[in-house]
Design a protein around this ligand. Sequence first.
Ligand code: ZN
Ligand code: ZN
Length: 346
Amino acid sequence: MQELIRLLEQEGLDGLYLTRPENVRYLSGFSSPEDAQVYVSREGALLLTDGRYTVQAEEESRIPFKILTREERKAFFEGLEGRIGLEAEHLPYARLEELRELAPVEWVPTRGLVERLRIKKTPEEVRLIQKAQALADEAFRRILPLVSPGVKEVELALELEFYLRRHGAEATAFPIIVASGPRGAMPHGVASEKAIQEGEMVTVDFGARYKGYHSDLTRTFGVGRVDPEKKRLFDAVLLVLEEVLAQLAPGKPAKELDALARRVLEKEGLKAYFTHSLGHGVGLAVHEAPGLNAYTEEVLEPGMVVTVEPGVYLPGFAGVRVEELVLVTETGFELLSRLDRGWLEV
Ligand code: ZN
Ligand code: ZN
């Protein structure tokens, strides 16, 4: 919290009104952050919510909280003074107009202030991400015996979700991707009614949310014997992943890893088919800083948790992605998934 108050001083703000759920949860521990905000002043942070959450705020909040009625909320805003920061990337414009009416202060757009604090994980945060990843690993192991020609993508997705929820996940990290055959060419091919067929590759990308923290895992495997032209795509993607992991260490600029991935694919003649960034940070949001892409100035530091997820997508033909989640350590990195990543035919 001291860091946040220092940020206020740096930015010349008298207060900071936080509405982004991940940031509200990060600062307070409150598990219904969509219905709460955090107000930070030089005196500290305060969780603001309403009468539906009195018991929950009492139980969960690590910071002082206020239960506000509509009138009390109005009075709270009327009492503000000076320059108050808001989260420009999250607060809707209509809400800003309301705030301007409520509080005669200077509302100052800010970007990424709390996100900067979230970028390096504490040991407790790492423990929760590890737990979320262990759930995903086990869910994946459980569905492999269910894969056979005729099974629908959505059936596999449901089995994954059921396992995760049954074993303590609050939710899936995002809508589960199961993309088989030509659908594999859609990087975000959410599970459909399509039946999986003999000889197809299947990409499964999913994660769990556990106590607010996420995991993220992708594997691509074959169903029966896969044509060598398709299997070649897998070999190329795996090669990229191995080469990037061999270079992944603290002090490494994220954009160098992204460039390395593209160089390896260029040699394979597949560069044009890698249409997204190499990876992203994972924590209270499933996509957060640091991004592993061509445009970032971010440098890897111990305590960051990032994905490495090269992929190639050939429209009308097939697609492959393999994704690992890693914790950057003092000396290199630690893989958070315990699953094998080699070629697999089921
Ligand atoms: Zn993923
Ligand atoms: Zn990812």
